[in-house]
Structure formats: C-alpha cells, structure tokens
Design a protein around this ligand. Structure first.
Ligand code: OGA
Ligand code: MN
Length: 291
C-alpha cells in the first residue's frame, strides 16, 4: 500500500511503495488527491522510460509541446530533456547560449506562464545526476501567500502579472533573450492569485517571466514582483531536492515556484521533463484577467 512522509512541514510528500510505470486510473486518483493537498510529490527508485513517462503525464492532462509548430506532421512528440550534454557526449561550455538558458532556470519560476495555456505540472525524472549542486528547489507560494502580510497581498489580490519568455532570459543574457524561440508567443496576463478549484486554497502565481503588474507603474510593478517572489521563497517555504537517478518529482505549478541550483557545468546532468497544460478543471479560465 502506498504511504507518504512529509518533505517539509509546510508542503510536499515523499510517496512510497508505488511504481509509476504501471499506474492505473485508481492509482492516479490517489496521486491526484495528494497533488491537490500537498503541491509536490517525490517518488524514488522509479524506472520510467519515455513511453511510461508520457503515459503517466497523460493522466494529468494534455501534454505540452512547445515545439509543435516546428515539428513535421509525421514527427512524434519526444520527451524534452533539461540537459547540458551535447549529442557527442561532451558538456556545453560555460557561456554557451544553451548553458545560459539552463542558468535562466535558476531564477524562481513557474513553467510556461508565457504560453497561451500555462503548465499545471512538470514531471521531472532524473537520468544523470551531479555529485554536488544541481538541486531542484521548490517553494510553496500557497504557504507563502497564507503567511503574507495583508498590506502586501492587497497590492496584487485583484490584479495580475504580465509574463514574457524573453524577460527571464534577458535577466541572464541579452544575447540569449534575442533567440527566436523566446519570441514565439505574445505576452500573457495572469491573475496574481490562483485559487485551487478542488480545495479553495489560494497561492501567489508569479514567475521569473513576470515583468509588470497590470495597471501599475512599470518600475513599481517590477519592484513589487521582486518583493513578492522574495517573500514566498523564504527558507520556511522551500524544499531543496538533491537528485538521485530514478527520482521523479511532480509539482503543482499553480502553487509552487521552482528553480535549479548551480553545479559544475563540466559535470553532466540530464533530467527528462514533461509539462502538462492546465485545463478549465484546473482553474485556468478563472486566471484570465480582462483589462
Ligand atoms: C524545469 C526546470 C530546473 C532544474 O525543468 O522546468 O526549471 O533543476 N528545471 O533543472
Ligand atoms: Mn522550469
């Protein structure tokens, strides 16, 4: 029987005695209930190949495919990798645009807030891990929002943030931000608070991609975004995951921010990553702010 132990005293559970490669609808329903309640799920010693990874992701909803427009009709979806390993087995150089893009992942964010449909979850699976560093950190923006002083909450409760992919890249490198892949989608406006439709819990919905607060002076908005992000990523709300091969981490992007941490880029690091898009049942329609 599946049982759980807490990852931190504010959010997240380590789920034991479950093989994700053979999960069925009843097993998914149990996981989904944990996902709604705890926001982050860790599973160790898993053996998901790409097909099983895709199968698991489909239970959560439609698989996100950012390359759909670049793929030929007869080409299948392939599982994206967060990797610093080139096709020839060498690792990418320190200042390569590819490495700089990985560095952008070290800014606190939720995935795909710059897409017309943002991500509900990311299912990350460790393939090659580092000796030191290269952790993935999660911060509960549900716990952080619950503790936030009302004066701070009131400044964004009824408004939203403008999100742009190139914004998070520009914070690392102006050259990186120029790549066409960061300019495929128009800016997106999402409400600042995502209310979970199942349990009513509210969370701050913010990301490194957020560059402005709707209806606020741009500089004031940018400073407020920094202040809010800093609040919900205080150590009390953070779980830092040191990867082992076979670990699977699944989190609720509506209630959790994440970031990678630095490692020696000469060390290979490969995570398989499937994002699932949020659907109306997940509350995405209510997140659209009309201005
Ligand atoms: C991601 C991501 C961080 C990491 O996969 O979306 O941000 O630790 N990863 O690699
Ligand atoms: Mn990410």
């Amino acid at each position: 029987m599946m049982h759980t132990t807490p990852l931190t005293n504010r959010f997240g559970v380590d789920v034991h005695d479950i093989d994700l490669s053979v999960i069925d609808a009843a097993g998914y329903a149990a996981l989904r209930a944990l996902f709604e309640d705890h926001s982050a799920l860790l599973f160790r010693k898993q053996t998901l190949d790409d097909a099983a990874h895709i199968r698991l992701a489909r239970f959560f909803g439609p698989i996100e495919d950012r390359l759909a427009d670049e793929r030929a009709e007869d080409e299948d979806f392939t599982v994206p990798q967060v990797s610093n390993v080139r096709a020839d087995g060498t690792t990418t150089g320190d200042m390569d645009l590819h490495t700089l893009n990985l560095k952008s992942n070290m800014l606190w964010h939720a995935d795909s807030t710059f897409l017309p449909v943002p991500a509900l979850t990311n299912i990350l699976m460790a393939r090659v891990v580092t000796q030191t560093g290269g952790h993935t950190e999660l911060a509960s923006s549900r716990a952080g929002w619950a503790d936030m002083p009302e004066t701070l909450k009131a400044q964004v409760r009824d408004t939203g943030f403008w999100h742009r992919y190139a914004h998070s890249r520009a914070r690392i490198s102006p050259d990186l931000a120029k790549l066409p892949m960061f300019h495929k989608w128009p800016d997106q406006l999402w409400r600042a608070v995502w209310r979970n439709p199942v349990n009513g819990a509210e969370a701050l919905y913010i990301a490194s991609h957020a560059y402005a607060v709707a209806g606020m002076d741009p500089e004031k908005g940018a400073a407020l975004i920094d202040e809010l992000t800093a609040f919900v990523t205080q150590p009390d709300y953070v779980y830092s995951h040191k990867w082992q091969v076979g670990d699977v981490l699944i989190w609720d992007q509506r209630a959790v921010l994440h970031r990678g941490t630095a490692w020696n880029h000469k060390e290979p690091r490969v995570l398989s990553s499937i994002c699932v898009s949020a659907t109306p049942d997940d509350g995405v329609d209510a997140m659209r702010l009309i201005v």
